[in-house]
Write a protein that binds this ligand. Structure first.
Ligand SMILES: [Zn+2]
Length: 67
């Protein structure tokens, strides 16, 4: 079971989000250090968002993320 966390993309003025996957220690699978601007899933209400490729790849290697 993984948690997701969205990070505001500084490069996107429209408030786009980049979703990271967190391990049970609350660290992004890609090694990204999440700062205070990161928001939890419950607060996310954006239409446009992206998923962190590194995190997705990491999940892909962990079979436990299958539906
Ligand atoms: Zn990531």
């Amino acid at each position: 079971m993984y948690n997701m966390r969205a990070e505001h993309l500084a490069a996107k003025a429209d408030g786009g989000l980049l979703w990271h996957v967190l391990d049970r220690n609350g660290r992004a699978l890609c090694g990204r250090v999440m700062n205070s601007k990161a928001i939890s899933t419950a607060d996310a209400a954006y239409d446009r968002d992206d998923y962190c490729t590194s995190c997705m790849n990491a999940v892909g290697h962990a079979s436990s993320f299958d539906k």
